[in-house]
Design a protein around this ligand. Sequence first.
Ligand code: FAD
Ligand code: NAD
Length: 469
Amino acid sequence: PGPQLPHDPTKKTLVILGSGWGATSLLNSLDTEEYNVFVISPRNYFLFTPLLPSVATGTLSPRSIIQPTRYMTRHKKRQVSVIEASATDVDPHTQTVTFKDMSEVQGLTSTTTMKYDYLVYAVGAETQTFNIPGVRENACFMKELDDAEKMQRRFLDCLESAAFPGQSKAEVDRLLHMVVVGGGPTGVELSGELHDFLEDDLRSWYPELADSIRITLVEALPSVLPMFSKQLIDYTESTFKAAKIDIMTKTMVKEIKENSVVLQMPDRSIAEVPCGMVVWAAGNTLRQVTRDLMAKLPEEQTNRRGITVDESLRMKGARGVFAIGDCTATSYAPTAQVAAQEGAYLARVFRQLARRDALAAQLAEVHGLPDDDPEKKVKVEHLESQVAKVDKIRPFKYSHQGSLAYIGSEKAIADLPFFSSGNVATAGVATYLFWRSAYLSKLFSLRNRALVATDWIKVKIFGRDVSRE
Ligand code: FAD
Ligand code: NAD
């Protein structure tokens, strides 16, 4: 056997699946003294997703927006076991989780099953492809760090190939046409960042190509950013127009080929448009492991959008399982803001559960006293009233802090709640500075804040790096 993990048989085992927004926020506030805590995730780090498009265009370096999970757990009062592995099966009936080590070093994968008392299910979601042909094979995604790095390589590859001597005009135009699919915040922010790259750097590094680069944003619905107010949608559309980013609404991608994208136009005609790169940002779908888990509880888990939870985020039908973030189907949007608040809420729930469990253990002890013990009745009554007090968990309540998105050209848009009188919509350069400071303050560690701020300064002084790794 390998190194033994600290295990206290008097404490309950809490397994956290994932190291994203929900899980990290929980870990941040969790009192680890009360439990044997295990974190299982195929990524041994937290990824700050809001700045991922900035990595794709080389504004930020990949390491600036990730934080190793162990950085956080090493400061905890009691050791937390971080295991780099992917959960392949959760059995809510036996209260076990099976996980697989995907290590490339060993060349073989090993699988283990572990029992839990409590499970926090925070595995997020994956990119929705709707099984559209060619998406997986020919498009770049924008969900994980690898995706951003792959997109950056592809983009620079297109530029270098276009710069190769003797290319035909048609081929240069194809290579320099970048198509972004999905007019949600991911697609919009990425289009804005691509435009910045073009304006700030490519004009100096590739002056002969700069005017041939085209960015097209394709959206199936009648407008981009449906979650923002009409005023901000109009502002984004006019900013994109000025930046020469073409927005094609009511247009659906039907297929992605190696060198082109097939579109169904608003009049339902089909058009094949040549392009050098397609970025697919068409939303989320459930992971297979989540679908499998839900299938084990067919009576309670019937929502195809995700896991159904009660008002305390307990998965319906599964004892001891809590689910948070993008894998759940709630009335909230699948955002980092929601997942982070849910994680912080669960840290408070676990503090309460630890108190309840300790009282329940004391109660069991008192119940074991002989019946003629004169103090037994009083003690039982006292403990029962204490247990009843901590047994009631206050429901989760989401507090919306507003929506923010960067749209390029040093402009951002924000829909901010304003007391009870509704929202304030702001846009422009000042909002961009607010966007920067808000994201800087949301980064979990001082180390990441320093790295991101340094990257921004570096790019301002030296420009983005166009070397292709
Ligand atoms: P995630 O953060 O995705 O974390 C899931 C975790 O589970 C990961 O660590 C993953 O490795 C792990 N995992 C996966 N499979 C398994 C498995 N089988 N077993 C164990 N672990 C597993 N939201 C905002 O509010 N504001 C923004 O500005 C914003 N910008 C975004 C920009 C981009 C480019 C993207 C892609 C998303 C953005 N979001 C934003 C949405 C936000 O990132 C998600 O809503 C948030 O990540 C959800 O948190 P989560 O904990 O549910 O999932
Ligand atoms: P999304 O689901 O918000 O948007 C995807 C878009 O792709 C949809 O508008 C959909 O109509 C379109 N689409 C799907 N299939 C298509 C096709 N075949 N052809 C053309 N268009 C197609 O996805 P997202 O932007 O990745 O966002 C996911 C979640 O993360 C959302 O909840 C979002 O609010 C959140 N997020 C927030 C921010 C922010 O606040 N700044 C940034 C990124 C993501």
